[in-house]
Write a protein that binds this ligand. Sequence first.
Ligand SMILES: [Zn+2]
Length: 275
Amino acid sequence: MLSQPTAAQQDFSNVQIEAVPVRDGLYMLLGQGGNIGVSVGEDGTFIIDTQFAPLSDKIQAAVRGLGGGDIDYVINTHWHGDHTGGNANFANAGAVVLGHNNVRVRLMADDADAAALPVVTFPDRISFHWNGSDVNLNYAPAAHTDGDTIVHFTNLNAFHMGDTFFNGAYPFIDISSDGSFDGIIAAGEYVLSRSNAETRIIPGHGALAGREDLENYLTTLRTIRGRFQSLIDEGRSEDQVVAAGVTSEWDATWGAGFMNPEQFTRLAYQSLTRQ
Ligand SMILES: [Zn+2]
């Protein structure tokens, strides 16, 4: 997510970090901002995303509570501040930060602290062999942004999808970061095709998910995409598509998250009509 108050404007003093077990040394941390993945084990500790800078001490304490130590690696799923805000703190404490090439490009363009920048970047994929699992980091092109990574713990049958998946809410198609509606759907299909009934999925926002939750999300997005495309093909304007209210059966639930129905509809329309 993006259009939130900056960390400096928010009060994080009451935020609690809650750990949710995913599978064998893999956990999800809930706090404020994007969900964090944590891998702890004999090789050390890495985390996926870092929420906001004022939470770094609490996050490190939660990791120690899971048996982890200092953070060896930070993987960024994308550049947004609610996922990278703690990068500099962990880097200054010794962690190596990794992300897609465009995470570094966009953080630099956003005047991020030099310590917050990924020092290892990749164009398509990179793999870790860590704590007994092969961990594949796969680029999802033009999805939530132009720098999304999907993390696949192949031996654990688990994923972290970053903000390509908002569990139970309309996704944020960040057009200004060259994200796209079709790229978000493609990211979901990539994970779905590698999942089964036992798969566990950490979404960027929302509760820990399984294959059924992702299927439901994709079915909904494909249905909505079809309706929008029909209206676009009829020559309807953005305002007319908003007024048509074709997402109404999901708005009370899916529209109650970060994106309200109108915001989601406008970004989807802009994405589908972009040349
Ligand atoms: Zn985001």
